[in-house]
Design a protein around this ligand. Structure first.
Ligand SMILES: NC(=O)c1ccc[n+]([C@@H]2O[C@H](COP(=O)([O-])OP(=O)(O)OC[C@H]3O[C@@H](n4cnc5c(N)ncnc54)[C@H](OP(=O)(O)O)[C@@H]3O)[C@@H](O)[C@H]2O)c1
Length: 417
């Protein structure tokens, strides 16, 4: 326990070296952001990652720590596992890795699960907070999703506020990673400077799921703090996919799940209209854009869609045509979602067994995204990224690269060096 407190001090307090705080480092976007920060930040800045321990992170994330290990040791072990997978230019034990520190914490707990001493010292050290931790599950009960996404964001805001109130505050900014899907069930063009609820403009629920709702609520709280003067930038990615150059992804969630089912030929009928909008954005663009926008002083207080936008989004029909050709499977039949739900699904549930039936049930949460009718305006992002030269690539130029990576890596089961 004694050594635990000492380690926590090193990350959460210690020498009062300035640091950048990252939440969600063990996740899909977070790890790529960690590599970016490790490359770009000056060597005198530590990167402190708030990491839960393996048991809290859920099944499949056991980090093989001895049973008597403390939470801090478990968090450190998870960071070591993560760092072992760092790109070659950030080789393990290299100087760029040494300033990356794990701090055991859980954003859904008061003070992020930190001791008061750690919390306050972190507030004194931190220059930038990148908050990406969230639950991205679509099917969680509302209270559970709120605990992480809303209450967790409130705790991060409390830290940022405490940092801003320090006598000689080092805080530059809170970088909040939201989602373009806070738009919920709205249709048409969604602007970056608005946060509106779907039900205001049309009948029916405002959100497709508890993920959208809780990210909406979280962004509303972030905006309140921003309006009160806290320096914040909001980044709203759309559907983030793998690297546009290599296809690499560490996560096969979101778009990849329906794609895998489709590639297996288990999806002869798709509950969608061919013209539905699919807005994909590659992870390398998202990370580079967050860094580029976050490095400019004039972007404080702004919100950005990191998305393909109407110019580069594709349609379900087009995406499926490319995938069908790539995986050499038959093009499926498109059935309107309402008719599918009423007539097709009940029959399929009777006919299908085992894996196919499970896929039918799991797939239900993706149906709204096969029928999406909103597009994300990217005017602010394009304007403020112009100087950096960063532009979002058109999905047609890299979609096949993503699909190839899925096959080569056997959907993440095979490691590709
Ligand atoms: N992926 C996308 O397509 C996409 C699109 C738009 C926006 N976003 C946003 O981007 C952010 C990252 O998403 P992602 O796809 O990278 O998700 P992810 O892979 O599921 O990663 C989520 C991260 O949050 C951490 N986390 C969750 N609950 C926590 C808690 N209570 N305390 C501390 N850490 C916690 C997870 O830690 P464990 O490893 O311990 O679970 C993990 O590091 C989210 O804010 C999401 O809304 C993602």
């Amino acid at each position: 326990m004694q050594s635990d407190i000492k380690r926590e001090r090193e990350a959460g307090s210690g020498s009062l070296r300035p640091c950048v705080l990252l939440t969600g480092a063990t996740g899909f976007l977070g790890r790529e952001l960690l590599w970016k920060l490790a490359r770009e930040l000056p060597p005198e800045k530590d990167i402190v990652c708030i990491i839960r321990h393996d048991r809290e992170a859920g099944p499949g994330i056991q980090a093989q720590t001895p049973p008597q290990a403390t939470p801090q040791e478990r968090a450190e072990r998870r960071l070591r596992v993560l760092l072992a997978e760092a790109p070659p230019d950030l080789a393990e034990s290299g100087p760029r890795q040494k300033r990356i520190l794990a701090l055991y914490g859980d954003i859904s707990k008061p003070r992020l699960g930190l001791s008061e001493e750690s919390f306050l010292t972190l507030a004194a050290r931190v220059t930038d907070i990148y908050h990406g931790a969230a639950t991205v599950r679509f099917d969680l009960p509302l209270a559970e999703a709120r605990r992480t996404n809303v209450a967790g964001t409130r705790e991060v805001l409390a830290l940022a506020t405490a940092a801003a109130r320090q006598p000689a505050s080092l805080l530059r900014r809170l970088h909040y990673i939201g989602t373009a899907f806070v738009a919920g069930t709205r249709r048409g063009l969604i602007r970056e400077d608005e946060l509106g609820r779907g039900a205001e403009s049309c009948a029916g629920p405002a959100f497709h799921n508890t993920y959208e709702q809780t990210k909406y609520e979280a962004e509303a709280v972030v905006r309140e703090h921003m309006a009160a003067g806290l320096p914040v930038s909001i980044y709203r990615p759309s559907i983030v996919v793998g690297d546009s150059q290599s296809g690499y992804t560490s996560s096969f969630k979101v778009m990849y799940w329906p794609l895998k089912v489709f590639a297996s030929g288990l999806l002869p009928i798709v509950p969608a209209s061919r013209a539905s909008i699919v807005d994909l954005v590659p992870v390398d663009f998202v990370i580079n854009a967050i860094w580029a926008l976050g490095s400019r002083d004039d972007t404080v207080g702004r919100c950005y869609h990191l998305a393909a936008g109407p110019e580069h989004a594709t349609s379900i029909g087009e995406a499926i045509d490319i995938a069908a050709q790539f995986f050499r499977v038959y093009k499926p039949l498109f059935v309107p979602a309402a008719a599918y739900e009423r007539y097709v699904r009940p029959v399929l549930r009777i006919l299908l067994r085992g894996k196919a039936r499970r896929a039918l049930d799991t797939g239900r949460v993706y149906v709204p995204y096969l029928n999406y009718q909103a597009s994300f305006d990217t005017s602010n992002a394009r304007r403020d990224l112009r100087e950096s030269g960063l532009t979002v690539p058109d999905v047609r130029t890299y979609f096949a690269t993503l699909l190839k990576y899925c096959v080569d890596s056997n959907w993440g089961k095979r490691r590709i060096s």
